[in-house]
Design a protein around this ligand. Sequence first.
Ligand SMILES: Cc1cc2nc3c(=O)[nH]c(=O)nc-3n(C[C@H](O)[C@H](O)[C@H](O)COP(=O)(O)OP(=O)(O)OC[C@H]3O[C@@H](n4cnc5c(N)ncnc54)[C@H](O)[C@@H]3O)c2cc1C
Length: 418
Amino acid sequence: MLSEFVGGLKVVGSGRSSETYVIRDFMDKNHIWYHFLDVDVSDEAKELLTHFQLSVSDLPIIINDEAKICRSPNLGELARYTGILMDFEDEIFDLLIIGAGPAGLAASVYAASEGLKVVTIDSSAPGGQAGKSSKIENYLGFPTGISGRDLANRAYIQAQKFGCNISIPHKAESLEHMGDHFVLSATNGKSIRTKSLIAATGANYRKLPVSHVEKFEGSGIYYSATGMNISSCENEIIGIVGGGNSAGQAALFIADFAKVVHIILRGGLLGAKMSDYLVQRIEATDNIIEHLNTEVVALSGDHHLESVAIQTKMQEPVTIPITNLFTFIGARPCTEWLDGLVAMDDSGFIFTGPSIIDQELSECRIYQQRKPQSLETSIAGLFAVGDVRKGSVKRVASAVGEGSMAVSQVHQYLSEAP
Ligand SMILES: Cc1cc2nc3c(=O)[nH]c(=O)nc-3n(C[C@H](O)[C@H](O)[C@H](O)COP(=O)(O)OP(=O)(O)OC[C@H]3O[C@@H](n4cnc5c(N)ncnc54)[C@H](O)[C@@H]3O)c2cc1C
């Protein structure tokens, strides 16, 4: 019997179930190899259910080489089952990096390669927003572009090669500053102690302000056009909401194999927020239709998205049989875990270096002797890099640059600590 389970993990579930989607999405993004058996079409999936005396209501399940079953796990249980969630309660680190997007991964590579005792945590998967990009074409050194997922995967492996621990899913919940060190509390109830900290928590895409969005997340509504999200788009009618570069990249990528791609845009001009090279390519692509001054007003379907109603200014709503809707409608910084601790602007972006005003500086004892370094926040020893930082450029290259630069500032901070 055991020989039947050789060959890694098997995920058994329905290709149209959002619970199965959440598990596969997590495993894909975290580079955990598995074989998916869709119970709607696979005889092997049905045989496994019979063999283990399970029914469809027990799905999704995961089976390992030793035929051990993990039934409908939440992401914490799944991460422990696959070994990527770690505990660090008895240790004190030189540096804790929160967020494994481009900024956090760059900081992880430099910190670990320079001998710091470092740990990185992320609430969902390595790669951050960049991991959601189907093709990044403006990152130095990749003239034909690279998918965000590949870029993230390379950086993830590189950081681990130098000895950086990366624990996922490990979400920062709150932070305490104890004078000479910090204590971070995470949502799994565990804490991590560290002498210095880099906040690289970036930003999150906003959800569409329409009813039933949650119902269709993973079964028709997606926030990235990568991997398995696009596998069901072939010859389908697809919607893309948003007018930034991320929406443009996704539209072009999906138009190659979808029947029609509808770009739905609140503004009146496609080029208002999108780079010219993308606008030109979109306008030259026959199966992309633009809907300007238009909003999504309703979503419908039983288990999976079946249609989307859109409304153009001053006109009646129109229903289109869109089965997959990708939304890219702006982002907000992920800084709730630092609320009340560091100086931020009204939107939650963190002030660093010269942008911290005198009144906030006076609250930190060290700043009475020296000015903050350029990436240091209103608390000495706590740095902010990438999209989460007030005034950042919101690009992969700048996030990577800031993540690397912050490590030299961490060295400076640690060298002055008593
Ligand atoms: C679809 C798309 C396409 C893009 N294309 C391009 C492009 O072609 N070129 C370009 O230069 N830029 C592009 N960008 C922008 C670029 O991806 C971002 O500027 C860059 O990813 C920012 O990096 P970051 O590390 O600062 O933050 P993020 O990438 O946002 O990463 C932050 C990480 O922190 C984690 N996190 C958040 N909160 C917590 C918490 N409380 N605890 C633990 N972890 C947490 C998140 O899970 C995430 O992994 C694109 C963005 C998107 C969304």
